[in-house]
Design a protein around this ligand. Structure first.
Ligand SMILES: O=C(O)C(=O)[C@@H](O)CO
Ligand SMILES: [Mg+2]
Length: 274
């Protein structure tokens, strides 16, 4: 199992490129981020190599984040923009040696009626059908992630079953579910059963964790992460677990949860760090 520091949320005390070194010196072998696009992919690769860490996940461009965009894949008026964003995502993923990228569904407008909503869903599906036909490296997966409606009102994809059913309906091996247990607990709960089913489905691409409900460290949570990691170990999960939480204070000081949950073996030991 690969424990990945999400450097869009962790180590924000530092400038983005410096978070790579910080994650490495905290012992992480793996990192993920939301949007790397303000920096050259080659520059990020160089930093990752220098600090002996490997990226495991990025998001495809998701529109104008500051203006409230949360993805483009379902917006009927932005299909061209969505399609144009994909080569950039692939360029970064390939350069950074990542075999997956998350494509955000996006939000429908507050004023949407049932017909509009149906149009968003059909656009989402046809964009994903287009996406899986695009050339990509062997073994590359596009991820879709159900997100909770409290943090992101109007986000189209909210439930695990929606993601699994959509992937089954499209019928392509290029699609996988990004299961963020923070969002899942808020929307649906029953985490262990859902996680067991996802692990057995062959459609699970990536897992993310955070404390619920405040999205801080995973040991500060209504969700029992010791049980989650026991299940991942029992089911021999080999993929990555992204630590996508906002540290309550200083990132390093908050990392005691790794030891508390018995996960220190997933980090490099002092002696191994460069
Ligand atoms: O919000 C999350 O959860 C994510 O994984 C982001 O990368 C996308 O909004
Ligand atoms: Mg997430």
């Amino acid at each position: 199992m690969k424990l990945a520091a999400n450097i869009s949320m962790m180590f924000t005390e530092l400038a983005f490129p410096d978070r790579i070194a910080a994650a490495a010196s905290a012992g992480f072998r793996w990192i993920e981020c939301m949007f790397p696009y303000e920096f050259e992919a080659e520059e990020l690769l160089d930093l990752a190599r220098r600090h002996n860490v490997q990226f495991v996940l990025i998001n495809a461009p998701a529109g104008d984040w500051a203006a409230g965009d949360r993805g483009l894949a379902s917006d009927p008026d932005r299909v061209e923009e969505f399609k144009k964003s994909i080569p950039l995502a692939l360029h970064y993923a390939k350069t950074l040696g990542i075999n997956q990228a998350h494509v955000l569904a996006g939000c429908y407008p507050k004023s949407a009626d049932a017909g509009d909503l149906q149009h968003y869903w059909s656009t989402y599906r046809s964009n994903l059908e287009w996406l899986v036909e695009q050339e990509a490296p062997t073994g590359f997966h596009w991820l879709i992630e159900p997100i909770n409606t409290r943090d992101v009102p109007g986000y189209l994809l909210n439930y695990q079953a929606q993601a699994h059913d959509l992937i089954t309906a499209i019928g392509s091996d290029r699609l996988r579910v990004q299961m963020d247990l923070y969002h899942c607990q808020i929307m649906e709960g029953d985490i262990l059963t859902r996680l067991r089913a996802a692990l057995a489905s062959g459609r699970l691409g990536h897992i993310q964790i955070a404390g619920v409900p405040e999205r801080h460290e995973p040991n500060d949570s209504e969700l029992n992460y010791r049980k989650v990691f026991d299940l991942l170990e029992t089911m021999a999960y080999q993929g990555a677990v992204g630590c996508e939480y906002r540290p309550r204070g200083d990132t390093l000081e908050g990392l005691g949860w790794v030891q508390q949950l018995g996960l220190t073996a997933l980090l490099r030991t002092q002696g191994d760090r460069r």
